[in-house]
Design a protein around this ligand. Sequence first.
Ligand code: URP
Ligand code: ZN
Ligand code: ZN
Length: 466
Amino acid sequence: MATTLVKNGTVITASDRYDADVYIDKGVITLIGQGLSMPADTVVDASAKLVMPGGIDVHTHLDMPLGDTTSADDFESGTIAAAHGGTTTLIDFAVQDLGQGLYPALEGWMKRAEGKAVIDYGFHMIVCELNDQVAGEMDKMVRDEGVTSFKLFMAYPGRLMVDDATIFKALSRTRENGGLICMHAENGSVIETLVAEALDRGQTAPKYHALTRPPHTEGEATGRAIALAEMAGVPIYIVHLSCADALEKVKRARDMGLPAYAETCPQYLFLSSEEYERPGFDGAKYVMSPPLREKWHQDALWNGLARNDLQLVATDHCPFCMDEPPQKRAGKDDFSKIPGGAPGIETRLVLVWDGGVRTGRIDAHRFVEIVSANPARMFGLWPKKGTIAVGSDGDLVLFDPEGETTLSATSLHMRVDYNPYEGRVVRGTPAVVLSRGEVLVDHGRWLGRKGRGEYIKRQAGPPLVA
Ligand code: URP
Ligand code: ZN
Ligand code: ZN
């Protein structure tokens, strides 16, 4: 297998900054030093670049069925887009079907990814029914399959939502098996009532999606999820946290010393509920759950990231097209039928760098921590992924802090016909992206190979995150 030498860069990890060359042999970093001059199959010049560990996106939905449709990116297009954006590992969600065990779900998602993914990947498992057989399979997932985290929904009654008893049982099971529960925290019963009331009043436009999922419904569920985890005596991880109300619950728990953790996503840091006021049906582009919030929540979330009340940024990449094909249009007469989700797998690093590091909200080390190191530490990938060290995989982003990009659906690689940030100019670009020493992207040129991505069995155990 080939060797790669990355020369003349400035290495930045969550903790260190130094000028060095990085040598990768058989996909793994074997030497870091100054003035390395050994022969290598590939030599990459990193002059004027920051050499950072590849991004890790722990929340994606590729090729995910939803009702009559499927999320627009599959494991090929989605991982190619991820790589262009500097992400070299992702964790997607396999979904248990009602009446089925967890193994058919894992097998289904393995098939979706195999032969297609261009970067390394793992799976969380969405559990929507928990009987004794499924509880036993949770143990096997952790022990035998490297699926060490499970998502539960407190929303979407009749489909995905589980009750408090089920949540408590699942949490308790992770105390024994070393897994981690990831929670979609929205009060589904209250939302269901608000949605029915709105539709009764003839309120069918996309903006009512947000108005029927107010911040209290997320805050209440977040507090309840943390309380249930405290009763079970286990850590808990809140996914796609969007608002100050929920953040306050996480912060209070952490101040009390509880192992509560949470991610937020770029859409909640950069976009606001004003998007739902767009003319016509355009607000549907921003229909996701939780919805976008009033602008003032953004400062709270940035502060949460800076102070470690929030531990990382993932994307919840779940794209559906507006017109080609007309996926979002399924809800043109009823906002509750708009498939929820938005694209983001390609734009996470550039947005967080531009809005976080360039504005001085966080420094470059915290940037690496929230987009790469903490995702690895939280989900059993550390230190194989998430850092630059001898023995770690040669997953690198050669980042040009001065490079400028205009975000647009026409130039980005996600297979979706709009971009939520259309026209936004960001500074800081992933110029060269390597996965296990292979150059995947070189200044926008795609050099990767379909299917080269490998499934990663993740380690069990408590999160290695403060
Ligand atoms: O609306 C969203 N976020 N769709 C993706 C599924 C989920 O709840 O994460
Ligand atoms: Zn969710
Ligand atoms: Zn999601």
